[in-house]
Write a protein that binds this ligand. Sequence first.
Ligand code: ATP
Length: 368
Amino acid sequence: MSAIDIRGVARRFGALQALDGVDLQIAQGEFFSLLGPSGCGKTTLLNIIAGFLEPSAGSVALGGRDITRLAPHERDIGMVFQNYALFPHLNVFDNVAYGLRVRRQKGEAIRERVASMLALVRLSELAQRMPHQLSGGQQQRVAIARALAIKPQVLLLDEPLSNLDAKLRKEMQAELRRLQRDVGITTVMVTHDQEEALGLSDRIGILGGGRLQQVGTPLELYRQPANRFVGEFVGQANLIAAQPEGGGYFKALSHEAAEGTPLRLFAGEGQAGQTLFLLRPERIRLAEPDGAPAGPNEVEGQVREASYTGAELHLTVTLPGAGVLHVAAPESLFGQVPQAGVGVRLSWEAHDLVPLPDDNAAAKGSAA
Ligand code: ATP
């Protein structure tokens, strides 16, 4: 049985279909993230699970129990909000104890539970502090301790790290994953941040236009995107529209090797009807223009822009005819960041061309 079972969930706001036909099963103990562009319906879905919003259609079950019509406090769910929502007039201890007092637990049981929650989030020393005397990361930990204190079946996190600076955010990501593993609680997190979702989650659901576009592990989403929307949204992608020429060869429609001469691709046999390929920037090899030929997938170009991120060089390369390719290379490849105008030869393997269904219109459809 799934820990969370979402069936046919839809939600309208007036004329806007914010969610449509969402089916999703989340396993016990899983760390699941909802990821997608702004306005795709992530928060709406989280609020439907939490009980702050009713779906226009469909059902939500927790551990086999239908909770679709239950109020939030009847759902056995702990929630951490984006702004933490700590009670400003209560100290750390009383914030964490709040849900236990509402549930009329005894004083000794409350003291024990709060102490164990504060130990879990490593804040035992700060039990008497007021929220305004805490850093952002510490407030975040109190919010997590408060959500977990009532021993909920499910933890919901709404952009939990978005108010923290980059360094603290990294630390809290590791902390969040440790806490989640220690407690073993089924967790659903909404985030804008791809890197965060890829790094933390067992599985991710990509929402686009109110529909689940794909559900998979981070690796599956990156390597085998189900459609163009996911391919473009997760990571950086070169998309090449193409026409089959037979024998595993394709004529690119979007990229020209020289003016009027299409870039030719070799994707191998078995891709006969394919019209759209994805090529990840880090799969493209870089060489000097006058090097030895690398194989059937090869083109010369000119660096238009180069940026250095510490671990990688990101190049935008213009092809002589038309089109650009984004390339990510290890920073050690060049002695320095290449100047604009430098000539390079790009090559890749047939299996680096990932076939995609061309479904852009479908993915955008219901967002309008
Ligand atoms: P973001 O990442 O920007 O927070 P999101 O993916 O969480 O976006 P939602 O907040 O779920 O998106 O909103 C989905 C769509 O529903 C948006 O177009 C939004 O404007 C609309 N919407 C959300 N809440 C309401 C509401 N109460 N009334 C009308 N429209 C709403």
